[in-house]
Design a protein around this ligand. Sequence first.
Ligand SMILES: Nc1ncnc2c1ncn2[C@@H]1O[C@H](COP(=O)(O)OP(=O)(O)OP(=O)(O)O)[C@@H](O)[C@H]1O
Length: 329
Amino acid sequence: MQIPPAPLLEVRDLSVRLGAPDAPALIEGVNLSLRPGETLGLVGESGSGKTTLGMALMRLLPPLLDRGLSGQVIYDGRDVARMQPAELADIRGSEISMILQDPMASLNPVFSVGNQLKEGLRRHATAPGSLQERAIRALDDVRIPSPEARLASYPHQMSGGMRQRVVGAIALTRAPRLLIADEPTTSLDVTIQYQFLDLLKDLQARLGMAMLFITHDFGVVARMCDRVAVMYAGQIVEQGPVRDIFARPTHWYTRALLDSVPTVNTRLDRLPTIPGAPPTVAARPEGCRFHPRCANAQSRCRSAPPMQERRPGQSARCWFPLDSERTPA
Ligand SMILES: Nc1ncnc2c1ncn2[C@@H]1O[C@H](COP(=O)(O)OP(=O)(O)OP(=O)(O)O)[C@@H](O)[C@H]1O
């Protein structure tokens, strides 16, 4: 039997509070791990804490929240949660990269694409060739047509899909070992979305990088991810291999989320929705945080269920887990 590689990233009991140790937590008790070459999807409704978690891993949170960070983020044997600014800058520059939802948030509008790419290449790349040649190659890698001519373009002269490719090219100049992609295709048209996802997959296979893929779209999870973690109200409530989570979710929230995804056979008037709305950070209920919206809530759910393994590699935070195959609507 082949021994799987050691995790590149291991997150242990990570919480982010609004400053003081007794202040409300944006995310709480997060545990996850990621191996080289693996893609973990992070899904959940808006406000569940996905972006906060992604930012916390890179220590890019605003100062108040960064001060409220506790737990461990072990990256390649070192704890990012305890790193000093110089070490953090080093790791962000060469080991971990991030792609955000809005490419304009990552690009500087007053510099040409070539300028921004070369800045990244100058600091990080060790590949052969002149800066100009390497910049052309970087655009070619993300399949931007006429890359040489494109170097002179400014971000506003490009389409959304092209801009996101440029952001990808800049992120990859660092040859990162971990890429955090936070809803990178949400702002793109559907066909462009799929092209960009396929491109990321190709590049991942070539570079062997691990990927944390933040999305609210299970279609994207199915296409991109090996494992998935489901977040609700600041906690991971279920995680496991994508195939198992889709076929046999054990948490009622995962099940409800999956049931609200249309398939080609679903009549839209029959699509179930999850009643109610997720709680705000300040109004999270005691016990299982999903219980006020759960179809199977019982009195025991007013106390907090621990995360427990249900099947090999699949665990959930629920007192009364589901145990049946899911038949999509
Ligand atoms: N700087 C901040 N100060 C206070 N609360 C914040 C701050 N940033 C985020 N929050 C709150 O933390 C919660 C989690 O937000 P986060 O953006 O991480 O969720 P998300 O799952 O990424 O949502 P979306 O899918 O909409 O991006 C939200 O309720 C949000 O209002």
